[in-house]
Design a protein around this ligand. Sequence first.
Ligand code: NAD
Length: 422
Amino acid sequence: MNDNPWTRAMKQLENAASKFSVEPLLLARLKNPDRVIEVSVPIKMDDGSVGMYQGFRVQHNNDRGPYKGGLRYHPHVDMDEVKALSFWMTMKNAVIDVPFGGGKGGVSVDPKKLSEAELERLTREFARKLFPFIGPNIDVPAPDVNTNAKIMQWILEEYSKQKGEETLAVVTGKPLERGGSEGRTEATGLGGCFALLALLRATGRNPKGLTVAIQGIGNVGSYLAQYLHDEGLSVVALSDSKGGIYVPAGINNIQDVLTCKEEKGSVETCYCVGSVCDLNNKEKLGARDITPQEILELPVDIVVPAALENAITKDNVDKIKASIILEMANGPTTLDADEVLNKRGVMVIPDILANSGGVAVSYFEWYQNMHKENWDKKDVFDKLREKMDRAFDEVYKASKEFGVSLREAAYITALRRLSSGN
Ligand code: NAD
């Protein structure tokens, strides 16, 4: 049961709510999403056949503003997953203090099996089905796993066509030239870096030389890797869904590794010396291959799950050696694993805090669209740092006040905001 994300989300809510008095009506509302939308998405495939997909959007709660959250394209997308992710968005948006409620959506599809044209038809059809339920003041989707700026642009175009006017603020994470914000692509990774630095400051640890292993180097993991490296941490291992690399002495040329991954489709053999990346360098670097599962169990200071849910479970938690876990993925730790980590004194920076930089800059994008403004990247990053530092401080204070983990403290912080109505 623990591995069902919705069951876990509700348990996390109950744990936090038991620590202080939460209005029963608010609790009941948080346990039941406002609206659950399920649509069929039939499309014409390139070979002339018809492909049929299921699309979901859950509008969890809009007490603090329009529903806000990503759209995910993945074969495992189902209603329980989307419901849990939408709940976590409500809590996350309250923790990072943006005037949004929580929503999430997705299509149950393996996008890697679709051509670009099929992906576009799927997205446009999904957008047409969502049209009556979304809008700048109603519900504002964004990218998530396997979705990106181009997909957001297709949604923007379909929505604007139906509406009869260009409506930039209907989605965030758009391309820069179509109303996107400077810094949105980097935001989640950079926000995670700020959250980690804040924890290290609060606990008196020097970031320099701390070792890091990152599972998942998509949008989030790849920027995070670069920012942590820039701050003097030693990124020693990176993986994607196919495999990974472990360089105990530290990966010094993150950008070359990422370029290699783009070219080869996986990071698996990207052992880079200078800009030459191949298997022949493995021995020279004293490196070795690593599986996406093993990467979490390396003898490092910080482990970063940045892929999908349920990465840390009762089956591997005892093998985890890191003293800090930075949860960049949503819901990467199961309940029973979380209990073990707490007992062992492992510091977990919870997802709803660690990865909230993405939605913070999504809010900045929406705000710029609504007010016809354009902020430069430095401005965006400064504002992001301010938001992340403030959110971290509040969560950290709550953890001391209530004597609880950072996760429970983040929930308490969110519940306080939702309770007070601001
Ligand atoms: P992405 O699709 O760009 O990248 C996902 C990465 O995870 C890829 O490298 C993929 O190969 C890897 N992966 C997939 N399955 C894996 C497995 N079983 N084992 C190991 N690696 C695996 O997605 P993303 O946008 O980087 O999102 C990653 C996580 O961060 C998700 O949980 C997402 O919900 C969360 N998140 C993303 C954002 C954002 O702004 N993109 C914001 C907040 C949270």
